[in-house]
Ligand binder design. Sequence first.
Ligand code: SF4
Length: 360
Amino acid sequence: MKILTDSNLEAIAKKVEAGIHVTDDDALAMLSTNDIMGLCSIAHNVKQKLHGNVVYYGVNMNLNYTNVCMLRCPLCAFSRDKHDADAYVLSLDDIAAKITQAGDIDEVHIVGGLHPDLPFSYYEDMLKTIKAINPTIHIVAFTAVEYDYLSKKFTIPLDELFTRFKNAGLGSIPGGGAEIFAPEIRQTIAPKKISGQRWLEVMAIAHRNGIKTNATMLFNHIEKPADIVDHLRHIRTLQDTTSGFKTFVPLVFHEEYTKIKAKRKEPTGYDIIRIYATARVYLHNVPHIKALWMYVGEKLAQVLLQCGVDDIGATYYDEKVVHSAGAKTPAWGSEPFLQHLIRDAGFTPLRVNASYVPTR
Ligand code: SF4
């Protein structure tokens, strides 16, 4: 039986088998193929070589400490101005209460807006407060955008900032803020946000300081396939130098309540599968590809486990950002729910923290 019906994929499969890195043109071919089974079989082989039959998941909570943000990016449905009626900042007591209330979690994922008034001590004390409640908790905190902001606002060089936060309890860094690196697209979806180049610089400095990070890519707004390939290339190139990215996380853009009128339909299942599978094949040097079930929906997330994805995300107790933009998935998934999705697809679930250290 002939498995691959797309001749481009045949050439790509041979390269992957021989350990030859695929090219940008190969990535473009993968992003446009209709031979979805063939593409998934290539990506699945890569995933199986790296991780065997294991699929990772986390038990975590989300902590969005403030929705006040000076940037008010057009792509964002979460942020508010300081004086808006529903603007908020969590106090350290609020944060302590939320961590305690979340109970049996291994990890807390912290992302917030760029608040003009919070003192530097707030950020350091937030990390210390969480560690004091649960020293084993892994803290994944602040995007490259927040680090750039704090570094400039408090005139603390990034190297020093990372050291101080590590001493306060920081474990690793989420991949947010990458959006899409292409400047002309970024100019429309997040004009005031740091450039893609700066995002990569901040991550390179984190990596140099021994902090592993994720990388994200926001797709299905106004980007073209070439912008996706450009984004992947920047990540692959930096990874060649630092090896600091542990996970790549494509994120489907949800436009509800945002200012972006992409005039696109919902991405099809094929659109989404192509991006995850292409990422798995192209990013040969990034160990993990994560599909956040709450972004793609739990059913498609399960399918993606056969298309190169080895990490289904986490329980995400109290997620606010994607749900502000209209995600219809539940606000959090229980651990048995995630285990069921993984087992039902024929894989072995492994509970890990954000550094892929097993926690059970
Ligand atoms: S996307 Fe991030 S930086 Fe932009 S407005 Fe929203 S919270 Fe602020």
